[in-house]
Design a protein around this ligand. Structure first.
Ligand SMILES: NC(=O)c1ccc[n+]([C@@H]2O[C@H](COP(=O)([O-])OP(=O)(O)OC[C@H]3O[C@@H](n4cnc5c(N)ncnc54)[C@H](O)[C@@H]3O)[C@@H](O)[C@H]2O)c1
Length: 420
């Protein structure tokens, strides 16, 4: 007998774009969660939601939450709207999953956590690649002690992030654009899930190498946890090398990709912007066209993003190698490779119901609401990842190590750093 709700958990989806298109297969496949309502200012997205799920669609979070038929909302609007949408949901007593990054400032993060507490709702931040089954399996191995003390984490991801069609704010750091706000949180979360302790300090070097996409497209960073564990994180979204080459051309969501399609997103974007090499051709018109293409590639244009044939392989975030005293572990396309004293063995992982990391965030919400299980990825957790993200940006800008305030771990801190 479940507690907390009297039937399936009815989920409202606020923001019917690409993120929603990726989560919806997991919602549709979940044994205890149903898609019950949608919200988006785009009439095409609303019409598709109503047609695909036979459920009502509204213009915004307020009207969706005022509608009686939902228990929880998934906030997948652009970052700058997360804090307001979560405040609306909490005020209506709806549980929340909010996409990463939780918000763009620690003040907003703290306000969201406080609102959740005040209104007695569950607040979960995600999904991220920290929820990948391979990362969770590695964490279990670390916690079991069989490989001894965790020492070092290496994650490297190269792809086409900066050249996929973008909204204008996604190319402006001050408005949450670039890879540091959008992609590095996956790497921070992988490291944090593996270590679980507070971060001590970060040092980063970031690159904004393309004046036509004037935001960070690359970063390399060193994170040190309080326990001395180090995480080396490198990311490039410049669409030259593609690290899926190191993973048998299995894509981020576990999809099978065509090998050797390097630079395809750059070429498509160049065609969109016109032959003019300096990129001025089209200017604002090209930016609008890019936004429209992004919208068309999301839920409004294509519906939910099903993987052909289901999830054949494991989701991942590039090359992940974890070192302990007694061995190393590497995420593989179908499991975890463990390199111990007696050679290497592979621990296979079962396929998910849809996208395994997205299944996980729904499980975490359901378990919290129905069974009172405290979620790992709560407001305080999400706040610390935002704090680390902001510290990385500051470190890159100031060219120095930034020491994080340990109080951030408890979700109560409004400043990023100490000792300045
Ligand atoms: N966890 C992941 O792997 C992942 C993947 C993609 C995106 N995201 C996150 O999801 C969020 C959305 O990104 P996206 O790429 O899906 O963007 P998107 O532009 O594809 O989708 C955003 C949607 O929100 C809608 N919207 C705008 N204002 C709204 C409002 N007031 N109320 C309701 N809907 C509104 C837009 O019309 C659009 O359909 C971002 O925070 C992003 O970081 C996370």
């Amino acid at each position: 007998m479940r507690s907390g709700i009297g039937g399936p958990l009815r989920l409202g989806i606020v923001g019917l774009g690409r993120a929603a298109a990726q989560l919806l297969p997991s919602v549709a496949a979940h044994p205890h969660v149903v898609p019950a309502a949608g919200a988006d200012p785009d009439p095409a997205a609303r019409a598709r939601f109503a047609a695909d799920f036979g459920a009502p669609a509204f213009e915004d979070a307020e009207s969706l939450c005022a509608h009686g038929g939902i228990d929880a909302v998934y906030v997948a609007t652009p970052h700058q709207l997360h804090a307001g949408d979560v405040a609306v949901a909490a005020a209506h007593g709806k549980h929340v999953i909010v996409e990463k990054p939780m918000a763009l400032t620690l003040d907003d993060c703290n306000a969201m956590t406080a609102a959740a507490r005040r209104h007695g709702i569950v607040l979960i931040v995600g999904p991220t690649h920290g929820m990948d089954p391979a990362v969770e399996r590695m964490r279990e191995i670390i916690a079991s002690g069989e490989l001894g003390q965790l020492r070092m984490i290496v994650n490297l991801n190269y792809g086409d992030f900066l050249y996929r069609p973008r909204r204008p704010e996604e190319l402006e750091t001050a408005r949450g654009g670039g890879i540091v706000y959008n992609q590095i949180p996956h790497q921070i979360e992988i490291a944090r899930v593996l270590d679980r302790g507070p971060l001590r300090s970060v040092r980063a070097v970031a690159g904004a190498w393309d004046p036509q996409r004037p935001t960070e497209g690359a970063m390399t960073a060193l994170l040190e946890f309080e326990d001395g564990v180090a995480a080396s994180l490198t990311y490039s979204g410049y669409d030259h090398f593609d690290s899926d080459e190191l993973n048998g051309w299995i894509g981020e969501l576990g999809d099978e990709r065509n090998a050797g399609n390097h630079g395809a997103s750059r070429r498509a974007l160049r065609a969109l912007r016109g032959a003019d090499a300096d990129g001025e051709a089209g200017g604002e018109a090209a930016a609008h066209a890019e936004s429209r293409i992004k919208a068309a590639s999301g839920f409004a244009g294509r519906g939910m993003m099903r993987l052909a044939g289901g999830t054949a392989h494991q989701p991942h975030f590039g090359f992940l190698l974890v070192s302990c005293d007694g061995g190393d572990m590497r995420a593989s396309p179908d499991g975890v490779l463990v390199y111990g004293e007696d050679g290497v063995r592979e621990l296979p992982l079962p396929p998910g119901r849809a996208y395994p990391n997205k299944d996980r965030v729904l499980d975490e919400l359901y378990d919290a609401v129905a069974h009172g299980v405290a979620p790992l990825h709560d407001g305080a957790w999400g706040t610390e990842t935002v704090a680390a993200t902001l510290a990385l940006l500051r470190s890159a800008r100031d060219r120095r190590e930034i020491v994080l305030d340990a109080l951030v771990s408890h979700g109560e801190c409004s400043n990023v750093t100490r000792g300045e």
